[in-house]
Design a protein around this ligand. Sequence first.
Ligand code: F6R
Length: 281
Amino acid sequence: MLVILRKTYEDLSREAARLVADRLRRKPNLVLGLATGSTPLGLYKALIEKHKKEGLDFSKVTTFNLDEYIGLPPSHDQSYRYFMRESFFKHVNLDPRYTHVPDGMAHDVEAQCEWYEQRIREVGGIDLQILGIGANGHLAFNEPGSSLGSRTRIKTLTERTVRDNARFFANADEVPRYAITMGIGTIMEARELLILASGEGKANAVKAAVEGPITATCPASICQMHRRAYFIIDEAARSKLTEVPIEEVTGREYAAPGFQSLWLGERSEPGEERRAHPHRG
Ligand code: F6R
């Protein structure tokens, strides 16, 4: 696991975009796992910019989103399919046929979940999974207490998540109570994980995930077991970390033994602050 500290949300988003762009340039038919929520919006914006200005090509990319509310059609402005279309898909040259979001309107939810897992297998697995983290440590809709080996399935949202998400709906009563979500086991099979966290509201969750015990009480803590999990967090989100000494590292050190996979192919700009801590190998 590697914790990369960046000063602001904008820096964090730029750093994440550099990593995604690097992976995409190395493998044009990348299988990319995507997340919704506020956190990855800056990353999507930065990727759109790279597409427009640098010609970053998504034409061969396949995407799988983590989750979708049950009961919201793709046309609903709070459905995750709608969110992805508006904030990312329609701004880059992704082939819509290669974009996957669980179908929240499926009559047979169980069959839908099995199909999702099968599609991921058919394309050879997810190369890079982008994740946000809930204030309660959830990953996708795998709320505290979720089985660490779980697969794609239906989950009931906790009251806390309903409350957190209510800001996007007219009131808490309108927030769906169920969702289809990739399981923690599904997420852990991705070859690389990129977990983004920004703001003080995430500081406790980041602390539990990075420095706490591995426990279903904080599903994100399972990332400690992943061989290529990168947390990119800003100063506010790191504010509760006590065990992680912060080291200044340059772009060159990203390529240090053990971290070759994180080499982004770009040197830091002169004077650009770049800090990271290789944590727990
Ligand atoms: C989104 C998802 C959620 C969010 C998490 C953080 O697809 O699965 O787990 O990543 O709730 O949300 P934000 O980024 O809005 O704080």
